[in-house]
Write a protein that binds this ligand. Sequence first.
Ligand SMILES: [Ca+2]
Ligand SMILES: [Ca+2]
Ligand SMILES: [Ca+2]
Length: 234
Amino acid sequence: MGGAAVGESSDDRQPDVCGGVAGNARAGESGGWQAGEYSAGIHRTNGLGPNLAPGSTFTLLNKTSTGLITGTFTGKANNSTFTDDGCTFRINYTLGDGNDNVLTLLTTPIEQWRFTHYGSVLNTGTALDTADTDGDAVSNLLEYATKMNPAANDVVPQSATKNGSNLEYLYTKNKAATDVTLTVEWSDDFTTWSATGVIQALIPGSDNGVTQQWKATMPAGVNGRRFVRLRVTR
Ligand SMILES: [Ca+2]
Ligand SMILES: [Ca+2]
Ligand SMILES: [Ca+2]
């Protein structure tokens, strides 16, 4: 049983495991925690959080004696969440063998996608929404939204045809990308874009569990030409 990190003199009273400088996690001053009653859990490590797999857990405090932990980190009630250096965690004081202080890394769908492809959940560096690491002129955000491969030179799964007085634009949607909005816009001059008159519909039977095919229908216009684009926002 260590107990080294708890109750030692320190000005750091918040768990901080997602980057920054090294330091110890410890309880609040009035928590009634006794040094020696806990084994030290995790100490902050540079860049630790962003490179951990979604759902990773950290035991901050492993209470080795019986009974529940008394007190909480300031402003961090049991089962609440907080964000530190871009990483979101849930904090619990009753996990482990029932009385340990554990952090769980929570991730959004796009953070899970970043981790899968870039080994980091953060919107930085090669994992930036706007980055194009494979050089196919398609941003990470669009690669994600349309289930493309951000490590291969592939083309956006889309097509457009004229059907009578309408344009029909088909595209692929990544079902897991629940945190983005796909908007279809048109322009007659490549300068002003509009979503006016665009009707989107899921193509029946196109849902394969991973992707869906969507069709956007819009007037073909009267200028003899009309451009269509897919815009992804989150
Ligand atoms: Ca315990
Ligand atoms: Ca790309
Ligand atoms: Ca690509």
